[in-house]
Write a protein that binds this ligand. Structure first.
Ligand code: DGY
Length: 337
């Protein structure tokens, strides 16, 4: 079987994949053009890709031999799942292995924004520091404050765990109605479930940790910024489009909130000028999962799922398991020599 990888996998994953399949891998870490992906996918049974690679019906139609797409990310908003279902293409992602790395970054951004660390760094480097002053670079204390977590999945819980160690009280908003999960969250983190708008009204800090879906696109918009507290610090390590970026720029310019820490943007790698111009915004280039350990684990999980699927076992990291019968039938009829 033949696989195309849109980048270089970590050593262990690359070895496992090449023991199993004929691998063609893009030689660079630069993002690939869509036309290049289409070209290199010719005759391939599977694609291992990243969140910048768009996968949809057009691609499936052009490359009908494609049976599986392993997305090396937990978020899979770059893939049209309904198109994949129609084409019998199995999609996998990498859940569970990046929770700690992402939660660490969320906290890094929270501390940086609340304690003005990036601003302070620039101040020292520019030689503006003349001595200890009572009111120099005053920021917000975490201990005893309220953190609102939007999305209480695996990453939200990893953020909650860190929050407790910093003395934060936790409120959260999430989808789903099972009482058992809310009871567990109360027991483990003394966390209180609230509606989104109540969270926005009450939180001193907000961490966005929900996936991007049709129902979470622009979940945080002008309506929410209008009710946030002026000292609120907003952190986003999920997907840029969960927040209406224009509304965020306006809220920041009008000082509706105090500061923000952003690892993700609506049109990456573009960052709005309005955000670049502000001192009280901490920016990162989508590096939530960027630790050596986590990136290796993501690659390994992607390759493991791929091998399992082509060996006839539905991988646990399949995001559209209902397509399994179609995938299996396709495997029998269009296997590459
Ligand atoms: C993910 O896995 O979705 C992350 O955003 C990639 O780092």
């Amino acid at each position: 079987m033949k696989v195309f990888v849109t980048g270089k996998l970590s050593d262990k994953a690359a070895q496992a994949l090449s023991n199993f399949a004929q691998v063609d891998a893009y030689e660079s870490d630069e993002p690939m053009e869509r036309s290049q992906v289409e070209e290199r996918l010719e005759g391939k049974d599977a694609l291992v890709c990243i969140l910048g690679d768009r996968v949809d019906a057009e691609l499936f139609t052009k490359r009908p031999q494609l049976k599986l797409v392993a997305n090396v990310a937990v978020g899979y908003d770059n893939i049209n799942i309904s198109d994949a279902n129609d084409s019998g293409v199995l999609i996998t992602n990498t859940p569970g292995v990046l929770d700690n790395a992402t939660a660490d970054l969320a906290f890094g951004l929270l501390l940086a924004a609340a304690r003005r660390i990036v601003e302070a760094d620039g101040f020292v480097r520019r030689g503006e520091w003349t001595g200890w002053k009572r009111e120099l670079m005053l920021g917000a204390e975490l201990n005893g404050k309220t953190l609102g977590i939007i999305g209480m999945g695996r990453i939200g819980k990893a953020v909650a765990k860190r929050a407790r160690a910093f003395g934060l009280n936790i409120i959260y908003a999430r989808k789903g109605n099972d009482k058992k999960t809310d009871d567990e969250l109360k027991k483990t983190f003394q966390a209180e479930r609230v509606e989104l708008n109540e969270l926005c009204r009450r939180a001193d800090f907000i961490s966005v940790n929900c996936p991007l879906r049709a129902d979470t696109r622009h979940l945080i918009n002008k309506n929410q910024f209008d009710i946030m507290q002026p000292h609120c610090v907003l952190i986003n390590t999920s997907r840029g489009a969960v927040i209406d970026e224009q509304a965020l720029v306006q809220a920041m310019e009008e000082r509706k909130i105090a500061s923000c820490g952003l690892d993700v943007f609506e049109n990456e790698p573009q960052v709005p000028e309005g955000l670049l111009a502000l001192d009280n915004v901490v920016l990162a280039p989508h590096i939530g999962s960027a630790t050596r350990e986590t990136r290796a684990a993501m690659d390994e999980l992607a390759v493991k799922g791929l091998i399992e699927a082509f060996n006839g076992k539905l991988p646990t990291n399949a995001v559209n398991p209902d397509v399994w019968q179609k995938f299996s039938a396709k495997l029998k009829t269009t296997a590459s020599p």
